[in-house]
Ligand binder design. Structure first.
Ligand SMILES: Nc1ncnc2c1ncn2[C@@H]1O[C@H](COP(=O)(O)OP(=O)(O)OP(=O)(O)O)[C@@H](O)[C@H]1O
Ligand SMILES: [Mg+2]
Length: 315
């Protein structure tokens, strides 16, 4: 694998099979990731978009090294994350890659102030003390547009959901994150503040060169933040490329299905009753579920995984 200094992360043929052993009935396997290949450039955002159960969080957790892959590899700056030689290298990776979750409470300790949450990583990871520590705390707060006077002395429950998510992003900066895996970071927030948090992440990317793996079921927010978008279903990436191309010219029926769920009447499937829409959706999911290794480059950088109807047409 060749690492170019513009690729921060390279995922090659990532496959994750979970073995389920229910109390009753036979053991079975869930293929949560099926041969996923993706890359993210430094300071870029890749959005992984799909419905519930498509494997998005599994991908995010594999990148955060919360478990190992069944096969395939993930390389960070050209180094396979499953084969890091020393403990120092592994710790450095766990520092460089931070997760931000859907529930902004989950990563915060209710017994500690925001000041504590930000000081700790700055002391531990950057070795800061005294005046430079206080300055660094203010700097990361300023980066996420929170007012130090109104924030530092507070406990997590004294902030709004949006403010808590800003604190989580500030924490990631304090730790020294280069890649943030943001798993549905705005879906528990009020609709009115979602956009501001997305705008913040976009600015972190642009001004701090933070790289994002942005996980969402909402193709509209993906378009807002991402440089590349990957549509995922049943563990496979069915279509990927620059967001404007994928959205303006969707090739895979599953991408069209996701777009038809966007509350924009201009992209809705026209003249279809609810029942025929549901039937159509079921057929599309069945089609997207079949695993194929072949892909087609529709336009430069815009790829679609081949599916049955296309293969038939090509014959
Ligand atoms: N630890 C696990 N053990 C067994 N199966 C798992 C495990 N984690 C995930 N799965 C299964 O893998 C598939 C993908 O799950 P995943 O959580 O990655 O989906 P998702 O796209 O993040 O969904 P959501 O939008 O609901 O968060 C699902 O079928 C899920 O049940
Ligand atoms: Mg998930």
């Amino acid at each position: 694998m060749h690492y170019t200094n513009t690729d921060l992360l390279r995922i090659e043929g990532a496959t994750k099979i979970f073995q389920l052993k229910p109390m009753l009935g036979p053991a079975r396997e869930v293929v949560a990731l099926n041969n996923v290949t993706l890359r993210i450039g430094t300071g870029k955002a890749l959005a992984v978009v799909g419905e519930s159960g498509s494997g998005k969080s599994t991908l995010g957790r594999a990148v955060a090294r919360l478990f190992s892959l069944s096969s395939g590899s993930i390389a960070f700056k050209g180094q396979d994350i499953a084969h890091m030689r020393s403990r120092a290298e592994r710790l450095d990776y766990l520092r460089s890659v931070q997760m931000v979750f859907q529930d902004p409470f989950s990563a915060l300790n209710p017994a500690h102030t925001i000041q504590h949450h930000l000081e700790r990583p700055l002391m531990l990871h950057q070795g800061l003390r005294g005046v430079s520590l206080a300055a660094a705390v203010r700097e990361v707060l300023a980066d996420v547009e929170l007012d130090p006077e109104l924030t530092l002395g507070k406990f997590p429950h004294e902030l709004s959901g949006g403010q808590r998510q800003r604190v989580n992003l500030a924490r990631a900066l304090a730790v020294g994150a280069e890649l943030i895996v943001a798993d549905e970071p705005t879906s528990m927030l009020d609709v009115s503040i979602r956009r501001a948090v997305l705008e913040l992440m976009r600015r972190m990317k642009e001004t701090r060169a933070i790289t994002f793996l942005y996980i969402t079921h909402d193709i509209a927010t993906a378009q807002f933040i991402a440089d590349e978008i990957a549509i995922m279903y049943a563990g496979q990436i069915v279509e990927w490329g620059p967001p404007d191309r994928v959205i303006a010219n969707p090739q895979h029926p599953y991408t069209r299905l996701l777009l038809s769920a966007v509350p924009d009447p201009s992209v809705r499937l026209d003249g279809m009753s609810a029942r025929s829409f549901a039937r159509e959706a079921q057929a599309v999911r069945a089609l997207a579920r079949t695993a194929t290794a072949e892909t087609l480059e529709v336009q430069p950088g815009h790829f679609v995984r081949k599916f049955a109807a296309m293969a038939d047409a090509a014959r």
